[in-house]
Design a protein around this ligand. Structure first.
Ligand code: NAP
Length: 261
C-alpha cells in the first residue's frame, strides 16, 4: 500500500505553497494548510479541496508564531514541514520575522518531522555576511541566505531529520510578478519531490536544490561558526532555544508505544 504522508506547508494560501499543497493532495497525502488569518484560511481551503485542515497564524507576529506551533502540535505530528511562507517587499524587520525568525521558531517548537524543507532563493548569493545580525537592516537577499544557513545548521545538528533548501527559480506568483521568466510548475515540483519521494536522491540532507538537482551555494551558509551565530541570535530574539537533537516527538513516541502495547 502506498504510504500517505502528513504534510504541513506554511504560506499555502497562495503561490508555490498553494500549488504544492494541491499537488500533494492529488497524490493522496494528508495536507494541512496555513494562512495568516481566518479569511485567508477559508480561501485556502476552497482552493485546495481535499486538504485535511488549515492552521491560522500571522508569521510577522512572534506570539502568534508560538501559538501556531502549539496548534500545529495539537493536530500533528507531521511527517514533513515545508517552510514556504515568505515576503519580498516589506520592512527589514517584517522580512526578518517572516522569512527567518518564524521558520526558526516553528522548527524548534514543532515535534520533529522526518523531513524539513526551506524555501530559499537564488538571491541568497547577494546576502550580506552575517557578522552582527541586525533585524533592522535585513534585506530579502539576506533573509534567503539566513534561512539557507538555518536549514544547513538543522541538517548538521539534527542528523535524524532530512533538511534541505530549495531555490524555486523566479516564477510568476504574487511575489515573482507576472513577467517572471521561469517555469511555475518546476517552481514547486522540487518541494513536492523532496517531501514525499523515497528515491535516494530525495532522501538526502543539507543540500540546496534547483529543479531537483543539488546546487552550489554561498560559502557562508555552510560556515559552522556563522550558523551557530545565527542560531544564537535567533534564540536571543525569539526566546526559543535551539535544541541539539534532544526534542523528542513525545506524541509520536506515545502513539508508537500504545500501538505496541
Ligand atoms: N516567486 C518567486 O519567484 C520566488 C523566487 C525565489 C524564492 N521564492 C520563495 O518561495 C516562497 C513562496 O513564494 P511565492 O512566490 O509563492 O510567494 P507568494 O505568492 O507571495 O505567497 C507567499 C505565501 O506566504 C504567505 N505569507 C506571507 N506573509 C505571511 C505572514 N505574515 N503570515 C502568514 N503567511 C504569510 C502568503 O499569504 P497571503 O496569501 O495571505 O499573502 C502566501 O500564502 C517564499 O519563501 C519566497 O521567498 C519565490
Amino acid at each position: 500500500m502506498k504510504y500517505c504522508k502528513t504534510i504541513w506547508i506554511t504560506g499555502s494560501s497562495d503561490g508555490l505553497g498553494l500549488l504544492a499543497a494541491g499537488e500533494l493532495v492529488r497524490a493522496g497525502h494528508r495536507v494541512i494548510l496555513h494562512a495568516r488569518n481566518p479569511e485567508r484560511a477559508r480561501w485556502a481551503m476552497q482552493q485546495v479541496p481535499g486538504a485535511k485542515d488549515v492552521l491560522v497564524g500571522d508569521l510577522s507576529n512572534l506570539e502568534e508564531v508560538k501559538q501556531l506551533a502549539e496548534a500545529a502540535n495539537q493536530i500533528g505530528p507531521f511527517d514533513v514541514v515545508i517552510h514556504n511562507a515568505g515576503v519580498y517587499q516589506a520592512s527589514p524587520q517584517h522580512i526578518f520575522m517572516v522569512n527567518v525568525l518564524a521558520p526558526y521558531v516553528l522548527t524548534n517548537l514543532l515535534f520533529k518531522p522526518e523531513r524539513l524543507i526551506y524555501l530559499s532563493s537564488d538571491m541568497h548569493w547577494q546576502g550580506k555576511p552575517l557578522i552582527n545580525l541586525d533585524p533592522d537592516r535585513v534585506s530579502y537577499a539576506d533573509s534567503k541566505l539566513y534561512v539557507l544557513m538555518l536549514c544547513l545548521a538543522v541538517a548538521r545538528l539534527w542528523p535524524s531529520v532530512l533538511a534541505n533548501a530549495v531555490n524555486p527559480g523566479w516564477v510568476p506568483t504574487k511575489m515573482g510578478g507576472s513577467r517572471a521568466p521561469d517555469n511555475l510548475k518546476k517552481g514547486y515540483e522540487t518541494q513536492v519531490w523532496l517531501a514525499v519521494h523515497n528515491e535516494s536522491k530525495a532522501r538526502v540532507s543539507g543540500k540546496y536544490f534547483f529543479h531537483q538537482k543539488p546546487q552550489p551555494f554561498h560559502p557562508d551558509a555552510s560556515n559552522e561558526t556563522l550558523q551557530d551565530h545565527l542560531l544564537e541570535q535567533c534564540e536571543k530574539l525569539s526566546g526559543v532555544v535551539f535544541h541539539e537533537n534532544t526534542r523528542v516527538n513525545k506524541k509520536k513516541y506515545s502513539q508508537t508505544n500504545q500501538t505496541r502495547n
